[in-house]
Design a binder for this molecule. Structure first.
Ligand code: PEP
Ligand code: MN
Length: 256
């Protein structure tokens, strides 16, 4: 199935999973093989990483994209990966099936316009300081070039609550569904900030009517080069995936 078809299937729940960052060929291939075996069709993984501190791992760049392409070649999975600026967008466009625009770039208007011109599906994350209407405004910078293959991601916003990394705004799911016709995806990993909270947030998002989820999964989270605390290991993801299938049945959605 083409990714562009997936976006039109309102009765579907798209599952995207994979590591926060592409770290090595073995890390990505091990993850991709395990996910594909479970039935997951879209692999995530960042090659260009927006990190808070410049001393932190910044991603493998084009070498990382080549590793993702290798995983697609072997497993047939589609690839979603982040473009951080106009330069990385050119490369991501070449290698990826879905272009991710991250929370920190959610109002980078030149980047949004350029992503719209690619005509590839765009996974647009909500800025953690942005309202739902601002997210919709951002989506219009993509669609103004005629690219309507957009998925909107609720990935948590900043509030006064600090026991989780961000606060997942579950309300964004029904509100976005009322206002726009794009699939709404829940990212339970970044608001959780801790693997313990990922499952409840993922299930809450699907129960609220989300059209998909994007989850961070790593073969050995404790050794991850970014977002180590929140990534699920393969067993944890496998258990979550079973529950995703059960809730999706109640929600009348086919897991794809
Ligand atoms: C990510 O997906 O790893 C990421 C950086 O997410 P966000 O832009 O939501 O912080
Ligand atoms: Mn991450």
């Amino acid at each position: 199935m083409m990714v562009s078809d997936i976006l039109n299937l309102k009765e579907s729940l798209i599952v995207m999973a994979g590591p926060c960052s592409v770290e090595s060929e073995s890390q990505v291939l091990e993850t991709a093989r395990a996910l594909k075996r479970l039935g997951v069709n879209v692999l995530r993984g960042g090659a260009f990483k927006p990190r808070t501190y410049p001393e932190s791992f910044q991603g493998l760049g084009e070498d990382g994209l080549k590793i993702l392409a290798m995983a697609r070649e072997e497993t047939g999975m589609s690839i979603v990966t982040e473009a951080m600026d106009l330069e990385s967008l050119r490369l991501v466009e070449k290698y990826a099936d879905i272009i991710q625009i991250g929370s920190r770039n959610s109002q980078n208007f030149p980047l949004l316009k350029a992503a719209g011109k690619t005509m590839k599906p765009v996974l647009l994350k909500r800025g953690f300081g942005n309202t739902i209407d601002e997210l919709i405004g951002s989506s219009r910078y993509i669609s103004m070039s005629g690219n309507n293959n957009i998925m909107l991601v609720e990935r948590g916003i900043r509030t006064f609550e600090n026991s989780t990394r961000f606060t997942l705004d579950v309300s964004a799911v029904p509100v976005l569904h009322e206002k726009v016709n794009y699939p709404v995806i829940i990212d339970p990993s970044h608001p959780a900030g801790n693997s313990r909270y990922v499952e409840p947030l993922a299930l809450a998002g699907i129960a609220a009517g989300a059209d998909g989820i994007i989850v961070e999964v790593h073969p050995d989270p404790s050794r991850a080069l970014s977002d180590a605390a929140q990534q699920l290991n393969l067993d944890q993801f496998s258990r979550l995936y079973s529950k995703i299938k059960e809730i999706s049945r109640i929600m009348n959605k086919n897991v794809i």
